[in-house]
Design a protein around this ligand. Structure first.
Ligand code: UTP
Length: 295
């Protein structure tokens, strides 16, 4: 049974400075819900209720967000804001958060290793705190199903444009069944001509505890950090690792452009603001085109 999810949220967020100097990028709002709440909800919908945040000293707002705020609840109650109250109440009581500090930001692989004393000797999910997956099926649930059938680690991948492979960890594998592969190779940020496929790692993983053993011997890699992909590569020497292809939209909110695109797409899905926002967008684009002579 998979009961625990590790959410690494301790990174510096340098691609989003100065906004991330005092505010975690995982708390940036997608309209009115912080990014990390989407990820926690994905875990909860998959039946994983023990959420282990690997956090850092500049990430306190995340802890406050998942706590019960009785003053706010009282305020909403007195103001008769029943719907908001129900929403806030339900969410803060659903999660069972556990916080563990990554004292030095030595990379994603290191952040996962820091969670070992809490995870222990059982399979667990890793979900990146700044990647939202929006699709019909719950990716974490699907990964758990594959793990329950085969008993091994599972990495979620999605198809990217071949021109963009150099931004991702790319896997190649042997076909097992529709959308399920056995990984035979894994390359971090390959050149277009050297990429073994266009299947990129998305930020959702399910590991057997063997990964901890491998993380402990993973040498410092790209960017002077302990890379999770390097540890998965080491894993392949001892254990098979599956990959599942995700048919969903993947939003990397950790960069200004990725965040902006996420905002626009989610705004266009929101019944309460869509019409006004669309009108604004059309108007803005048309004015821009006129000004720049593109129309
Ligand atoms: P990123 O690759 O987005 O790294 O990490 P980052 O350091 O946060 O961002 P940049 O590159 O400086 O802009 C993916 C996830 O892993 C966490 C981040 O918080 C993010 O949610 N992470 C990364 C850690 O928890 N610890 C680390 O040492 C590095």
């Amino acid at each position: 049974m998979v009961r625990k999810a590790v959410l690494p949220v301790a990174g510096w967020g340098t691609r989003f400075l100065p906004a991330t100097k005092a505010m975690p990028k995982e708390m940036f709002p997608i309209i009115d819900k912080p990014v990390v709440q989407f990820i926690v909800e994905e875990c909860l919908h998959a039946g994983v209720e023990n959420i282990i945040f690997v956090t850092g000293r500049h990430k306190r707002p995340i802890e406050h967000h998942f706590d019960i705020n009785t003053d706010l609840e009282k305020h909403l109650e007195q103001g008769g804001k029943d719907e908001l109250l129900a929403n806030i109440r339900e969410f803060s009581r659903l999660t069972n958060p556990i916080y563990i500090r990554q004292k030095e930001q030595l990379g994603l692989g290191h952040a996962v290793l820091v969670s070992e004393p809490v995870v222990g000797n059982e399979p667990f999910v890793v979900a990146l705190g700044d990647v939202i997956i929006d699709g019909e099926e719950n990716v974490i649930r699907r990964m758990i199903e594959i793990h329950e059938r085969f008993g091994k680690s599972v990495v979620a991948v999605f198809e990217v444009d071949r021109k963009k492979v150099s931004k991702y960890g790319i896997v190649s594998g042997k076909f097992i069944e529709e959308d399920v592969y056995l990984i035979d190779d894994l390359v971090e940020k390959p050149k277009e001509e050297e990429a073994p496929s266009n299947l990129a790692i998305v930020g959702r993983y399910l590991f057997t505890p063997k990964i901890f053993e491998k993380l402990k011997i993973t040498p410092v890699g790209k960017g002077g950090e302990i890379q999770l992909t390097d540890a998965i590569k080491l894993m392949l020497e001892d254990e098979v690792v599956y990959s599942i292809k995700v048919n969903a939209k993947v939003y990397d909110t950790g960069t200004p452009i990725g965040y902006l695109m996420t905002l626009v797409e989610f705004a266009l899905e929101r019944k309460d603001i869509k019409d006004e926002f669309l009108e604004f967008l059309e108007h803005t684009v048309s004015r821009y085109n006129q000004r720049t002579g593109k129309a």
